[in-house]
Write a protein that binds this ligand. Structure first.
Ligand SMILES: Nc1ncnc2c1ncn2[C@@H]1O[C@H](COP(=O)(O)O)[C@@H](OP(=O)(O)O)[C@H]1O
Ligand SMILES: [Mg+2]
Ligand SMILES: [Mg+2]
Ligand SMILES: [Mg+2]
Length: 341
């Protein structure tokens, strides 16, 4: 899984000399995304091997026994170690914020990169090309959909595993400018979707407008306020049906595959859940905000909780229609907690 350089991990036509030249010429943001694609895939391999062992070593990060909603597994801990240490080995001045406070040492440090990303370097706007490593904040969710993982293993329900993603989001001046979503259990070998602002979305072809409006919401963190928001959207004709699926990453992939909106009118989702998907969805022409329509911010010192909830819409949807249809009393229950939200 680990590799010693681009030459070993890029199985394309370019020779090592040409690749090195492309790497050296590329902007910092391009290099970080090219590396993050490979790193997310290596982390996906780590997750798969721990899950196939069946020994998740679950600890809970919250709550009373019997009411816990925030599990962490050995896969979350090892994947985060790999992602953070792999990024740091190349980009020493990056600020990286990962979901997990405690990690497990993993021997897999990925130093490869995807050369396809480098090929798009010239399409990057000058303003992005000039950004320095130390100006960027990287938000890492090493395993999004942990509740689904614990249930998949416990109940031998492997279908749930496709809801697992690895999320690496890159923010500049508080706004997401690039993102990587790796889905390790998509078909046989998984897939990786990535985007840099202004350079399109890669790894998926976003769906066209649909007749049916399918809304996706949480599978394992349902609350009264989420139900109330969904009811209001149904009444306004903005939710023909509702699908409960796990993970912020998977829900945004569903938006790129034809669902209309992701509605989570509740606190609990964090910046590492939304940074990468915010960037990818925006690059596809969609929108992600809190339920009041405010953009989310991703500065290093920001409040980690998305206390205003999450509302995301597909590229073919008018976001404001959904914002306007969520009742004011719900918006007031999920206030902007901190100006640096
Ligand atoms: N009430 C809550 N408590 C803890 N985490 C929550 C939460 N509500 C949402 N989240 C987090 O938001 C992400 C998406 O949740 P959901 O699938 O319910 O929509 C999950 O990320 P992780 O799986 O990375 O922890 C989950 O932990
Ligand atoms: Mg978690
Ligand atoms: Mg998550
Ligand atoms: Mg996670």
């Amino acid at each position: 899984m680990s590799s010693n350089g681009a030459e070993k991990s890029n199985k394309d036509q370019l020779g090592p000399g040409k690749l090195e030249e492309m790497w050296n010429r590329a902007a910092t943001i391009t290099k970080i995304v090219a590396s993050s694609v490979k790193i997310s895939e290596t982390a996906g391999g780590i997750i798969k091997s721990i899950l196939s062992s069946g020994d998740l070593k679950i600890v809970y990060k919250d709550g009373e026994v019997g009411k816990r909603t925030d599990p962490q597994t050995e896969a979350d801990r090892s994947a985060q170690y790999c992602i953070v240490n792999s990024l740091q080995s190349r980009f020493k001045n990056l600020q990286i914020i990962g979901e997990e406070d405690n990690t497990s040492v993993s021997p897999h440090i990925e130093t490869g990169y995807l050369s396809d990303v480098l090929k798009l370097d010239e399409r990057c706007a000058e303003s992005l090309r000039n950004i320095k490593e130390e100006e960027l904040v990287v938000w890492v969710d090493p395993l999004d959909g942990t509740s689904e993982v614990t249930q998949a293993v416990k109940n031998n329900n492997t279908a749930l595993l496709q809801q697992v993603t690895i999320l690496i989001g890159i923010a500049h001046k508080g706004r997401p400018i690039a993102g990587v979503i790796h889905q390790p259990y998509y078909k046989e070998n998984g897939r990786t979707i990535w985007a840099i602002q202004g350079c399109g979305v890669h790894g998926i072809k976003p769906a066209e407008a649909q007749q049916q409006k399918i809304v996706v919401t949480t599978r394992s963190h349902l609350s009264d306020t989420v139900v109330e928001a969904l009811t209001a959207l149904k009444e306004k004709g903005l939710a023909d049906s509702v699908e409960k699926v796990g993970g912020a990453g998977f829900k945004v992939l569903k938006l790129l595959e034809g669902c209309s909106a992701y509605v989570f009118a509740s606190a609990g989702c964090k910046k590492w859940d939304t940074c990468a998907v915010d960037a990818v969805l925006a690059a596809a022409g969609g929108t992600l905000t809190d339920i009041s329509g405010r953009s989310l911010l991703y500065h290093a010192d920001v409040q980690k909780n998305n206390t205003g909830g999450v509302l995301a819409t597909a590229p073919w949807i008018k976001h404001q229609d959904y914002v306007s249809s969520i009742p004011e009393n719900l918006k007031n229950q999920l206030p902007e907690f901190n100006p640096k939200r």
